[in-house]
Design a binder for this molecule. Structure first.
Ligand code: SAH
Length: 376
């Protein structure tokens, strides 16, 4: 159920989208998510049990603890740079950073006092983050290029899947843009112009050698933009950045999805009232990272990653001194984060670092490295 105020905002958003005429899917998704007045994230309370979807940091503080422990390890390995900055993209309620900062405070005070930079489109969420992160040396930027040239340690959880994706469809022997526009007063997918040679390259159409009529390829321009700049920063100044997202590698077909009140709903008719997402293609992120001189380790499944980092042991340790109810909710939270029936397999974790050898904790055994070695 959505409130009346939500419905009103959504209908204003729909008018705004309709007025633009047929547009790329990523643009539709970006406006639906981030329009400062009517966009989905212009209202707090979207994320969490009472919202539309629940994210890992909202399930348990142990998620942030594990990420922080790994970042501290990598910060130590890189010689504990005193000028490091901490960075998060798409921080939502600010919960993840609050959990990580508690660990920094205990185990790596220079990361706790380091400048904290965030990239966040929603003014409402910025307010929520600032009050959650009271005491931090907090800064915002819209562009990675504007970050100070220092080693960067941080994370993005469920950020790339919110950035929007474009689709191309194979029709009559060629690839065409797939757009969203109005048909009979309703949003519909509409065929657009044929892709240029450069666009075919961006969509990596060559990967679909035996394309059949109606086949769909995806490409996230904002995702490519973001990973390019971040990889460049890390290749240049050092650091480590964790990317956790709903995704896979070398994906084919449409992965568009809309989620409202924890249920899947129709993608085209819920702009502004549902979370619109797609599956992040980690192989593509790795390719970009490599082109910029950085290394993307992974992806590995979230369940394997958290288990290797010791989340189960940590939960048992906490459970040993807790009452029965807390023990039960701890176990339920760990199950949600790690079990393949919940988030354990669908969510993937990758680590962006400067070039080098070896696999950090969390990535041993199961890791496939997509950011090293010559292009195959
Ligand atoms: N990381 C949080 C929130 C995930 S939701 C968590 O795990 O709970 C996605 C987040 O990305 C929100 O904070 C949203 O406002 C932000 N976001 C989406 N598109 C964005 C864009 N283009 N630029 C900056 N932030 C964006």
């Amino acid at each position: 159920m959505t409130s009346q105020a939500d419905q009103q905002r959504a209908s204003q958003l729909v008018s705004r989208l309709a007025a633009e005429g047929p547009m790329r899917i990523s643009r539709f998704m970006q406006i639906a998510a981030s329009d400062p007045e009517f966009g989905y994230y212009s209202q707090p309370g979207r994320i969490g049990k009472s919202g539309d979807f629940i994210t890992a940091p909202e399930i348990s503080p142990l998620f942030g603890e594990m990420l922080a422990a790994l970042l501290i390890h990598l910060w130590e390995l890189s010689g504990k740079p005193a000028d490091a900055l901490v960075f998060e993209a798409g921080p939502g309620s600010g919960q993840l950073m609050a959990d990580m900062r508690r660990v920094f405070d205990r185990l790596a005070p220079p990361l706790h006092t380091a400048p904290l930079w965030m990239l966040e489109a929603s003014p409402a969420l910025r307010d929520q983050q600032a009050s959650h992160l009271n005491g931090a040396d907090l800064h915002y930027t819209d562009q990675i290029e504007a970050l100070p040239g220092r080693p960067l340690f941080g994370a993005a959880n469920e950020f790339f899947d919110a950035l929007g994706v474009d689709q191309a469809i194979f029709q009559a022997g060629d690839w065409h843009h797939r757009l969203i526009g109005l048909a009979d007063g309703q949003f519909a997918f509409l065929p657009g112009a044929a892709l240029s040679a450069a666009e075919k390259q961006a969509f990596d159409c060559a990967r679909h050698r035996n394309a059949k009529e109606g086949m769909i390829a995806e490409y996230s321009p904002a995702g490519a933009h973001f990973i390019t700049r971040l990889a460049r920063h890390i290749a240049h100044y050092g650091g480590a950045f964790l990317i956790i997202d709903y995704g896979g590698s070398a994906l084919t077909g449409s992965s568009l999805q809309a989620v409202q009140a924890h249920e899947k709903v129709d993608f085209l008719s819920h702009a502004g009232t549902a979370d619109l997402t797609f599956l992040v293609d980690f192989a593509r992120l790795g390719k970009v990272a490599r082109a910029e001189g950085a290394r993307l380790v992974g992806p590995v499944e979230q369940g394997a990653f958290l288990t290797q980092l010791g989340i189960t042991r940590r939960a048992e340790q906490l459970a040993s001194t807790a009452d029965a109810k807390t023990r039960h909710s701890l176990r339920a939270a760990i199950d949600r984060l790690t079990s393949p029936a919940w988030m354990g397999s669908l969510f993937k974790v990758a680590l962006l670092i400067p070039p080098g050898e070896g696999l950090p904790p969390g990535f041993a055994d199961t890791a496939t490295q997509t950011g090293t070695g010559p292009e195959k």
